[in-house]
Design a binder for this molecule. Structure first.
Ligand code: ATP
Length: 517
């Protein structure tokens, strides 16, 4: 099935099973805003806990904060967001659709890269074992020609974005003959800059002075609290401050479900270090964050690094961890070496010293910063899109059945255990309730007695519950139950007294953290 169709199915599955609803749906929705349902919120909380614990529990030099969404408006001048948090937008006059001009160009580059890949795949088939990909890429005429086109477009784009040259950005789109995916035409407007911050007013008097912004990132709340945390926690450099919270961006184009939202959540950590040590820490955090992703086991080839060609105004090194979403490799997390840009500017704009006295070096300095920044919602999409699976299963009588199963890593699964009495009599429901009462303090458990066991399994598969236990007549006699595994559908008999440990070993976030430590 085409990946586009799978993505559509995933979106409707998310809604049907209480993971994600369009916001304000009874009023026809609000573009690029979503609500998390009863299972979505559990999965989201588990993702956040995995991140928070990996940062704050596993590192004695990282602490967390929770800063306010509203901040002094000067902060966004100091951070550069008032002046430079813009995206270049362009409209197609025929379809009336709006695009990010840089994204149109990036997608054009991705198409050219696909063309090269196709040439490589074809040649690999033709030459078999003796194929040398590296040699092919550096000598094949067709590949070299496409690569030259890519390099030209990339170089021109980096130059144009660096110089804020909007005319040149439009010219690149025209020269590359990029068409609107909807109308198929090249009838483009000029490129304009568009600031992504939402504005609102604070207080009761509506004049200019009262304009404030909804934060477009959580990082600035960390920077302005740098000294508060450092002093009150007697923190010594190197140390980090972690935060999870909402961020808001008036995104120009928001068409990919929860990948690009106007209200979303970030998990950010700023790591304060001595100037000159940033490349060493940048490397360390790249490795640490990749390990965090890989430990979830979403798949060997699902992640890759993408180093930035054009660095943001604050960075001297930057990379993205990209994930292979249903629509291709896209940014999941950013890791940036932010130098002393933020603290330095807050010092300038606020007039307050934001320095650290390093007792080892015996001097004062404005610390440098390595930032790791990941979107909770994008992580949610990465987990859910990998977990979603439609399967055909052959039953004992030879007939073929289908199931939709969410193979969510067990420590992130919304419900850990479903408890079923085989039938609704003979004391089985009472026994099942007893087990639920015993385990509900440890795991998110669900009790279900309606429908056949088979149907109950399907419902739990569809929300990704890793374990189901069935209480039958034997349970009353010997205090054992059958436990059924979501992924293999295998069943085994286990003593009730062993359940807590058996399930706990597989579903606790601790099991992931132990692999990281
Ligand atoms: P993009 O290039 O996709 O717009 P970005 O480079 O602007 O992303 P950052 O400013 O580095 O993103 O934000 C850090 C992280 O926050 C991103 O890696 C992403 O996971 C998440 N994020 C950013 N914008 C959005 C959004 N509109 N919706 C959901 N998550 C987002």
């Amino acid at each position: 099935m085409a990946t586009e169709d799978v993505f559509k199915k995933l979106i409707s599955h998310s809604k049907e099973y209480g993971f994600i609803f369009p916001s304000s749906e009874i009023y026809d929705g609000l573009s690029a805003v979503y609500d998390y349902g009863q299972y979505g919120v559990e999965l989201k909380n588990n993702i956040k806990k995995y991140w928070w614990d990996a940062m704050v529990l596993l590192n004695e030099n990282i602490v967390g904060i929770d800063s306010a969404i509203f901040m002094h408006p000067e902060i966004w001048k100091a951070s550069g967001h008032v002046g430079a948090f813009n995206d270049p937008l362009i409209d197609n006059k025929d379809s009336k659709k709006r695009y990010r001009a840089d994204v149109l160009i990036e997608e054009h580059i991705a198409k050219l890269e696909d063309k090269i890949q196709k040439e490589v795949d074809k040649a690999a088939k033709r030459f078999g074992e003796s194929f040398d990909e590296q040699q092919f890429r550096t000598t094949n005429g067709r590949v070299l020609e496409i690569q030259a086109q890519i390099d030209t477009v990339k170089n021109r784009m980096v130059q144009a974005l660096t110089n804020d040259d909007l005319d040149e950005i439009k010219q690149i789109i025209i020269d590359a003959e990029i068409v609107c995916p909807i109308s198929g035409t090249r009838n483009w407007t000029d490129v304009r800059q568009f600031n992504l911050m939402f504005e609102t007013k604070i207080g009761s008097v509506s004049d200019e002075a009262n304009v404030i912004y909804l934060r477009p990132e959580t990082a600035q709340g960390i920077f302005v609290n740098f000294l508060n945390v450092q002093k009150s926690g007697r923190m010594k450099i190197p140390f980090g401050i972690a935060q999870i919270g909402k961020a808001f961006r008036n995104e120009i184009v928001a068409r990919q479900f929860i990948f690009r939202m106007r209200e979303f959540e970030q998990m950010e950590m700023q790591f304060f270090i001595a100037p000159g040590t940033e490349m060493e820490w940048f490397k360390k955090w790249k490795e640490t964050r990749m390990k965090w992703h890989k430990t979830l086991g979403l798949g060997e080839n699902k992640h890759r690094f993408h180093d930035h060609d054009k660095l943001a105004h604050y960075a001297n090194a930057a990379t993205d961890i990209e994930f292979n979403f249903p629509f291709g490799f896209k940014e999941l997390e950013g890791i940036h070496s932010r130098t002393d840009f933020d603290l330095g500017n807050h010092q300038k704009f606020s007039g307050k010293k934001l320095q650290y006295f390093d007792t080892e070096l015996n001097k004062n300095y404005v610390p440098y910063v390595i930032e790791t920044s990941i979107g909770v919602d994008r992580m949610f999409l990465a987990v859910l899109s990998t977990a979603f699976c439609e399967e055909k299963i052959t039953k004992e009588d030879g007939s073929v059945d289908e199931r939709v199963v969410l193979r969510i890593p067990a420590p992130l699964a919304p419900v850990k255990l479903a408890i079923f009495p085989l039938i609704k009599k003979d004391g089985l429901p009472e026994k099942a309730r007893e087990i639920q009462k015993m385990l509900m303090f440890d795991f998110n458990c669900q009790y279900e007695e309606k429908d056949t066991i088979g149907k109950r399994y399907r419902r739990q598969d569809a929300i990704g519950t890793p374990f189901c236990i069935t209480i039958d007549h034997q349970t009353i006699q010997d205090d054992t139950v059958t436990i059924r595994h979501r992924d293999t559908m295998a069943q085994e008999r286990i003593a009730i007294s062993k359940l807590r440990e058996f399930i706990g070993d597989k579903v606790n976030i601790r099991t992931l953290l132990q692999q990281l430590a």
